[in-house]
Write a protein that binds this ligand. Sequence first.
Ligand code: ADP
Length: 375
Amino acid sequence: MPLNRDDILRALETVKLPDGKSLPASGRLTDVVINDGKVIFAITVDPSEVNALEGVRSSAEQIVKRVPGVTGALVGLTADKAAGSSPAPGPTPMRSGPKNPPAATSKLAGIPGVKHIIAVASGKGGVGKSTTSCNLALGLAALGLKIGILDADIYGPSQPKLFGLRGKPRVTPERKMEPLERYGVKVMSIGFLVDEETAMIWRGPMVMSALTQMLREVAWGDLDVLVVDMPPGTGDAQLTMAQQTPLAGAVIVSTPQDLALLDARRGVAMFRKVNVPVLGVIENMANFSCPNCGHVSPIFGHGGARAEAEKTGVPFLGEIPLHMEIRETSDEGRPVVATAPDGPHSQAYLAIARKVWATLESGVASKPAPKIVIE
Ligand code: ADP
C-alpha cells in the first residue's frame, strides 16, 4: 500500500500541543505533501510562539520519520498562512506579518556560533543575485573569514551549480545536516535535499518552514558571516523571510535598468519595513566589458546605482561588469573569485566584500534604519 495522508495524520495524533490538543485536531497543520516517500508539511503558529512550539515541530518530524514507508520528513513552523486551509498556488498573503514586523525582527534568536547573517536580495529575478551572493561569500572567505552560504532561493536554487557541488548532506549524530563545502565556504541549499520538481511544491508557507529548517538545523559550526541568497522579488514570502531571519543586514543587487524601474528601491524599502539595515546596493552588469578587445561600454546606461543609492541614503557598495568570464565560470561551477582571484572581476567582488565586512564589524548595521517613503 502506498503511503497516504491518513497514515501521517494517525501518527501525528500522539503529538500534543501545550493546550493538550493533538496536532491534527488543533487545526494548525498545513496540507501534508507526500512525494516519493518524503513527507513535507508545516505547523501554523503566531510569530510569538515560534520558540515555544519548536519542541512540537521536532517531535512531529521524528514521529513521521518512523512511519513505515517514509524516507524523509521536513516539518516547519509557519506564520505565513491561516491554519487548516489548503495550499495556495503561490506566496500567500500574511495574516500578521507586515503589521508587527519590528517586534518580530528584534526578538529573533540568533544561530549559535554564527556572528552575522546577511541577506542578498533583488527586486526581481535575473539580475545576478545568486552569482553575486556566491562571489561575495568567496570574497569574504578570501579575507580570511569563516563563511557559509544558505541558498534560500527555493524556487530556483542555484548555489549547487555555482559551487559545482552535488550530493546529499550527511546527518550528524545530533540530527543536524552537515553543509557541503567547496572553496572554503560551507554551502546549504534546498537543491541538495529535493529535486527541482519537488522544490516547486514548496510554495507559500512551505518556503518559510524550509528556510527556518535550513537555518537552524544545519551544523554551520562557527561562522563570521552566513550569506543568505534570498528568493528574488519583494512579495509577502520574501517579506516574511526578511522578518523571521535574524539578519544583521541586507545587500541589494541591481542592474542599472532595474534601478530605473524602481525594483531595487522596493527591495530597500522591504528591509527597512522590517527594520533590517540595508548595508548597500551592488550594481551588477554595470557595463559591458568586451572579452576580445577589453573595450568597456555602458550598454544599460551606467552609474544609476550610485546616484540612486545616494538619493535614498543607502551606501553604494560597488559595481560588477557584465562579462563573459563571470557567466562562464558560474555555469561551470568554478566561480571567478575562487578560480581567478587576482583578476579584475575578483578584485571588484573583493572590494565589495571588504566594505560589507567593515560595515558589519563597525556595528553600523545594528543601528535602526531611517524610514523612507516610496513615491
Ligand atoms: P538571479 O539570481 O538574480 O536570478 P543569476 O545569478 O542566476 O541571477 O544570474 C542570471 C544569469 O546572469 C546567469 O547566467 C549568470 O551567469 C549571469 N550573470 C550574472 N552576473 C553576471 C555578470 N556580472 N556578468 C555576466 N553574466 C552574469
